[in-house]
Ligand binder design. Structure first.
Ligand SMILES: [Zn+2]
Ligand SMILES: [Zn+2]
Length: 337
């Protein structure tokens, strides 16, 4: 009775639907991290993936999750493909069932006492499969310095989707951009919190500014360690946290045949930078309270023993500018921008 339907189902089993996905205007394909905690969306240029994504591994640019590249479909695309496939199959099944019903009805004997007829009420329309459109283009386009893979993200990226390389320089630039964003939007954030709780707003202001000092020094230390490590004249074993101490870091570069910090920054700039590094030490280890060690080493006389240091937006901005100036002087050509 359902010969057409059975035939159609067998045919469908043999020929899976193929729905193509379009690249965006810039030629990039949408991807999404399969790690449920992350789900970061990004885009890659298909040219660099010889046989498409099949059988290759991909890295999430944000969290570094590595998985088979065909696990990186975006939820939007899977939804759209699923909907299209369902409607398409439903249409083909409907068409076959309606043919079966017509055949059944035409075989009924008109002389019989009991008359039976079949009617199929579902849709018999088989929609055409259309390519799934790409999501909007992403502004930040990155080229991996290791494998030359081109990819696009929103905000920032740490890992190359193709080779997994994580760029210390990119992480440094990202960290500084994050600190600058915090300072730039400080008033707006504090105002929003103040509408709910005035005390919390002040704590938020202080915490955002102090974290700016802490983060800038950590970012500086990390990128300098990495830039030094890959330098051909670098000493293999250096003291822990050497680049947290400006004099030690400068000497390391000097012995590798590079400029010293004094040659890159003016005397007063270097003096202020040292002051910020000492304040970071107080914030990280002394809850911001001025100690004897700080008074002996720092050249400023703003604070007395036992006082708590105050971080202002212009301090954070100057620290960011100074570490950027120093780091830029040690970047390999082509990475300075
Ligand atoms: Zn991820
Ligand atoms: Zn790469």
């Amino acid at each position: 009775m359902f010969e057409d339907l059975m035939r159609e189902l067998k045919k469908m089993e043999r020929e899976p639907v193929r729905i193509s996905i379009e690249a965006d205007e810039d030629g990039y394909f949408d991807r999404e991290c399969p790690n449920e905690e992350c789900e970061f969306q990004f885009k890659v240029m298909l040219d660099n993936w010889e046989d498409g994504f099949e059988g290759q591994y991909m890295h999430c640019p944000l969290c570094g999750t590595m998985a088979s590249a065909d696990h990186f479909w975006t939820k939007e695309h899977l939804d759209q493909m699923g909907r299209q496939a369902t409607n398409y199959y439903a249409g083909r099944i409907g068409k076959a069932m309606s043919r079966d019903a017509r055949k059944f009805n035409s075989r009924q004997s008109r002389k019989s006492f009991i008359s039976m007829s079949l009617e199929y009420k579902g849709s018999t329309h088989v929609p055409a499969l259309v390519p799934v459109e790409a999501a909007e283009e992403m502004r930040l386009k990155i080229v991996c310095e290791e494998c030359k893979e081109r990819f696009a993200v929103i905000g920032s990226a740490f890992f190359c989707p193709k080779c997994g390389h994580s760029s210390a320089v990119r992480m440094f630039k990202d960290a500084l951009a994050k600190i600058e964003a915090k300072v730039e939007h400080l008033d707006r954030v504090v105002q929003a919190v103040a509408e709910v709780d005035k005390d919390a707003a002040e704590l938020t202001r202080r915490s955002l500014l102090e974290s700016g000092i802490l983060d800038a020094v950590v970012a500086f230390q990390r990128v300098m360690e990495e830039l030094y490590r890959v330098h051909p004249n670098a000493v293999k074993k250096i003291r822990q946290n050497a680049f947290q101490r400006l004099d030690d870091g400068s000497k390391l570069w000097q012995s590798a045949g590079q400029q010293t910090y004094c040659e890159i920054l003016s005397e007063s700039e270097l003096g202020r930078l040292k002051g910020y590094f000492q304040r970071r030490h107080l914030l990280a280890h002394k809850e911001g309270i001025v100690d004897q060690h700080y008074l002996e080493r720092s050249e400023e006389s703003t604070y007395a023993l036992g006082q708590r240091i105050v971080v202002r937006p212009e301090h954070v901005a100057e620290l960011v500018a100074l570490v950027r100036k120093l780091v830029t002087a040690y970047l390999p050509e082509g990475e300075a921008s």
